[in-house]
Design a protein around this ligand. Sequence first.
Ligand code: 5GP
Length: 176
Amino acid sequence: MIIIFSGPSGVGKSTIINELIKHKDLYFSISHTTREKRHNEEDGVDYFFVSENKFNELIKDDFFIEYEMYGTDYYGTGKNQITNAAITVLDVEVNGATKLLEENSEFIGIFIDIDDTELINRLLSRGHDDHFIEKRMKLAKEQRSKINRFDFVVKNVDINTTVMNILDIICNLEES
Ligand code: 5GP
């Protein structure tokens, strides 16, 4: 089973996936990206951090099942990340996610959403300025316009409830 988590940046996808992994045996697909590694991230664990040249080489080699430019950086999922693990989880922005869902009817899409005020607070707490936040809120509106392409929508009000709701969804999928 391949489950794609998507939704506006800042809704808490990574935290949710990290919590899910504590409760369920999931394989987390590790993407390639050209963006700078953050201080708390590890190469080969959070992402494979590569140069733009390397990323372009991988595109030419047909390495990716999908890739997108998001902000100023490339992000892509290697075909080798679609393993035969019982459950593989992908964290992909909305354009890449909708493409994958269109091309692979067996993939399951879960859109994680959050209230606008909460999203603004989260972006503020990450130290972003008003201009950046305004751009991200506009983007969130565009991303929400694709919500009906997803199989499930989960509102992240508090992390424990969200994780329980997603575990319920996964259990139901496993039984069906
Ligand atoms: P961040 O830079 O905050 O880690 O991620 C930015 C966005 O890139 C997030 O919305 C995340 O879901 C998305 N992303 C991460 N990996 C991939 C990928 O392989 N493909 C695509 N299309 N988006 C990705």
